[in-house]
Structure formats: C-alpha cells, structure tokens
Design a protein around this ligand. Sequence first.
Ligand code: ARG
Length: 456
Amino acid sequence: MAKKLWGGRFSKGTHKLVEEFTNSIHFDQKLAKYDVIGSLAHIDVLKKARLLNSSEHSKIKSALNSILKTIENGTFKIDPAFEDIHSYIQQLVETKAGKAGLKLHTCRSRNDQVAFDVKAYTIDNLFITQKLVDDLTIALSKLASKNKNIVLPGFTHLQHAIPVGLAQYLGAYVEMLNRDHVRLYNAAKNIRLTLGAGALAGTFIPSANYNLKKYKVQLHSIESTKNSLDAVSDRDFVIESLNALATTAMHISRLAEDMILWTSKEFDFIDIDDAFCTGSSLMPQKKNPDVLELVRGYTGRIYGNLVNVLTMMKGLPLAYNRDMQLDKEPLFDSFEIIQKELAVLTELFKNVSFKKANIDAQLADESLYATDLSDHLVQNGVAFKDAHKIIGHLIQHKLKNNVEIKSMSDTELKKFHPKLTAKAVKLIIDPKHSVQSKNLLKNKVCEHARFQIQKE
Ligand code: ARG
C-alpha cells in the first residue's frame, strides 16, 4: 500500500482524482539520487543531535546506501502509487531499516527536502551542460581551423555586406558559447544549498549542525541561505538556470539558422553528412536539415519553460506553496533538450564540408568590396562622407550599366575620383585582401579559436 507522509488528522482517504491531480512521482523520480544524498546528510545531523543512536543511524544509512546503489546501477523502480519520490524513499527505508526508519523524517519537511534535491540536481546538470557547451565550442573551432582559407560573404540584413573569414564567422558563435559557459557556472555558484529549514520556521536542531561546506561547486564552497523561509521558497536558481539555458538555446538556434541557409540551394555553401540529415517520403531528391530545424524549433519550448516558472512564482506568498511543485517539469525539460541538442550539434559539426567553389562564386559580387573601396579613398585623404558618396555613385554606375568595376579603365575610374586607379581597384576587389586589411579584433577571435583547440 502506498503510504502517505501525512494523514493522522484526516477522517477519510484522498479522492482518487485528487491523488491523480496532486501526485508528482511520475516526474520527481528524477530526483531520487539527490533525495537519498540529502537523507544521508540529514541522518548525520540527527545523530549529532542525539535524535538517532548509532545503531539506528547505521541501519538507516545502509538502507539509504542500498537504495542509492539501485539508482546508480539503473535497477531502481518506483511505485507510481506513491505521492512523490520523498514519500516513496521514506517507505523503502522503513521496509529495509525497520523501526529505525520511522525516525528518518525527524525535524524535516518535504519543503526543505525538495528544495535541497532540486538544487543538487541543478548544480549537477549545469556542469553537465557546461561540458557539452565546451564540446560544441571545440567542434566549431576545429571546423574553422580545418577550413582556415575560406572567406565568405558577411551579411547584414541578410544582404551581402563585407567578406569575412570563416574562423571569424564561427568565432562569433565561439564567443557566444564561451559566455554561456560562464553563465552556467554563475548560475551554479549562486545556488544556496540548504538543509534544516523544516517546513519554513527552522527546527530545534542548531543550524550549525547543518554544515554543507563539504559540498563544493568546483572550487567554490557552496553557500547556504541564512533564512529558513527563503530556504524553502527560493526558486531563483531554477529561473537563473532556465535563463542560462534559454540564452544558449537562442545562440544555437541562430547557429542552426545560419547553417540551414548555407545548406539551401540558394546559398549552397556547405554539405552536411547524410547521417545528420533526413529525407522526404514523397520527394525522392530531398535531403533536409531536420536536426537544425528542430534545434531552432525547440527554442520556443525552452523560452516557454522560463516564462512558465517566472509566472508561476510571481504571486506566491511566503513560504512554500504547492505551486512550486510545477518548477520541475520545465526545469528537467530544458536541461534534457539542451543537452541533446548540444550533443547532436557537436557531432554534426564534425561532419560539415565547405563548397569553396560556390562560396567563391558569391565572393565575385563586387558590391561586397564597396566599403573597402571607400576605405581606400579615406586612407588617401578623402573625407568619409565624400568617399561614401563617390563609391555609392560608382556602384550605381556599375549596376545601371552592368559593368565590372575591375574591368574599368583608369580614365573611367578617375571620373569618380583621381585616387581610383585600375591597379588599386584590382587589388581591393579581392576577398583575401579584404579580410587581411581588417583590424585585430578578427585576429583575436582566430587566436581564441586556436586556444580552444589546444585546450582539448
Ligand atoms: N512534491 C512537492 C514539490 O515538488 C514536495 C513538497 C510537498 N510539500 C507539501 N507540503 N505538500 O514541491
């Protein structure tokens, strides 16, 4: 029989529909490991406070450790009839440890337990995600260095702008992912892991007994909140994590969109290995970038999860309210989606090849070099606004008369400005020249990409 952690003051059982509506074990079972870890810390505190003797402590400890073993080896099975994972583990401990098990829940509330469990789950998953972000960063950096001679048209407003190096282009995503790395770390560092708040008011056990300093987020000791009401009702860490995940989702969605464009016939800059594409049931010729489309598509759900928890929290009076049970599904969902996305993207980027001839054909568009031509005039003493106008007229002339600037004679060019010579124009209308003439910012990004490769 599924036992509840409460019931003494009730004169009848819970309605079946209420149980179905309020139970959370079908999703909070993901917290099983953390629930056991929290209980192992809790029994040490109970022993220190002389609420458990040595024999009771060791009986409960071995029951908890045997449960932990089944969780870690994948044989842990839940009973869906229980209200939540906390009630179920309590019942398992009672079965294994006998009467001693009845003391496990001393000075404890599920309000405190669930806050600890979700915080511990979040810390673990922030670091798992951070590692996956780093893997993608490395895959992008490697792809850039494997194709370091590729220059492609840079875009603004999705219109040809100025040529850029591939390392520079992908380097922009490396920068975004590096910021994501820090954002995930900061979210972990800001978690206040606590035990001992009871239902909201604290308990008679001295708070000094709850020393969580042994837990560390990498090199930083974990702080704990100094307020028991905050301990059970803080969900900032869920929101901060969902925010970090939403930002990463936005970044990889933009990356996916760039790649979707690059695979289209209209661009045709890259080929993605067949193993990472899908076909059509009707059109035999199709090879579709569904992985990238789903990465883009999931972004809505990940944003939704953030807004979901922000909205769920906004009107809650202190301290714990059952509404907070609803933080878990969005949190788990965002972590699971992002982790899958990062893993599949990392493999996909190991399987991308560039179609240099197609890219070079696009680079023949002389309008891409208009800024370089105007820079040439500026470097020869022409005021920028005059240079902008002169080259604007030159481009207008080119488009109207369908002529190549590179094939215009000195006399024709000099009508626009004496410093526009056929020799200068030939030198300037060149992708490599364009990229190499730009400032150090680009080089820093390339160096950064190299740094990432060495780090592995
Ligand atoms: N399932 C609950 C949650 O996830 C656990 C805490 C329940 N506490 C309570 N007082 N009903 O938030």
